[in-house]
Design a binder for this molecule. Structure first.
Ligand code: GDP
Length: 296
């Protein structure tokens, strides 16, 4: 799981603070320098790391904190609070449409984990909220993508709507009609991805968005691609507008920089994380729990 190196280095900075008893401003600044290095080594965006350290230092070098009975504890508490804020503050749930079905458009680059995570997310919400999900195969360019959606759908016993390789906008509309007629209250549109962001991909996604007015657009990004995942999030958000991010492959990412940077850079929260290859390996993203995990 992510953040191994970061946890170790932050613990070491905290240990230094705890060993001191009384703290001076210089002690805090030394510790913050260590934490800043640790963040950069974890591949956190440069500006994000800088702003984070600035915010913590301003609060932690306040005379009231330095003169308190347990200054190290206070500083650690500030780091924890700022880390939670950096990760998005509150847990951000998927918006549910007042009139069903809720339509979730899943977008992302090829290989990010879109198809797998459509099924994972459908399975999670069926279990947690007793929803009736339908998966709609709108990735018409790769025949393998439709088959793959059917395979994961079958494994979880979730229905897949497909019309083979037709027009993705029409398929999306027909899929939603099918959901309405058959009592499915949650529709996932598995859209096409490409190896790189290009105009054609964005145009197609914009057309689907305009035709079906999705309740949410969730971008799936691969945590293992580090800052590229953050850039991809920014580009998708600017071109299409996204509601949140599903960060896949957190299990394979030892550093964690993408997860720590994406909210600060894009303003859009991580809503879910993928934590393994199995179809049950998905969790809602809880900034407070993640901060505790990072701080060890
Ligand atoms: P798509 O091209 O975006 O639809 O990506 P896929 O859904 O085909 O996923 C690409 C690969 O990533 C597959 O082998 C998935 O099993 C794998 N994958 C997806 N999510 C995760 C995850 O959270 N952890 C791990 N380890 N693998 C994942």
């Amino acid at each position: 799981m992510a953040f191994e190196g970061l946890t170790e280095k932050i613990s070491s900075a905290f240990k230094g603070l705890r060993s001191k008893g009384r703290l001076t401003e210089a002690d805090v600044k030394d510790a913050m320098r260590e934490i800043r290095m640790a963040l950069l080594e974890a591949d956190v965006n440069f500006k994000v790391a800088k702003d984070f350290i600035k915010a913590v230092t301003e609060k932690a070098t306040d005379a009231e904190i330095l003169d308190s009975l347990s200054p190290a504890q206070q500083v650690i508490k500030i780091v924890n609070e700022e880390l939670i804020a950096l990760l998005g503050g509150q847990t951000t749930r998927l918006t549910i449409a007042p009139n069903p079905p809720t339509i979730v458009m899943m977008v992302g680059l090829q290989g990010a984990g879109k198809t797998t995570n459509c099924a994972k997310l459908a399975g999670l919400l069926r279990k947690q909220q007793q929803r009736r999900p339908l998966l709609v195969a709108c990735d018409v360019y790769r025949p393998a993508a439709i088959d793959q959606l059917k395979v994961v759908g079958r494994q979880l016993d979730i229905t897949v709507f497909d019309e083979g390789q037709g027009d993705p906008v029409e398929i999306a509309k027909h899929g939603i009609d099918h959901a309405k007629r058959n009592g499915y209250d949650l529709v996932f549109l598995d859209t096409a991805g490409r190896l790189h962001i290009d105009e054609k991909l964005m145009d197609e996604l914009k057309n689907i968005k305009a035709a079906v007015t999705p309740t949410e657009i969730i971008l799936v990004v691969d945590a293992m691609t580090g800052q590229d995942a953050v850039t991809v999030s920014q580009t998708f958000d600017q071109a299409l507008g996204i509601n949140g991010v599903l960060m896949s492959k957190m299990d394979g990412d030892a550093r964690g920089g993408a997860a720590l940077s994406v909210k600060a850079v894009t303003g859009k929260p991580i809503k879910f994380i993928g934590t393994g290859e199995k179809l049950g390996d998905i969790e809602p993203f809880h900034p407070d729990r993640m901060a505790s995990r990072i701080l060890g």
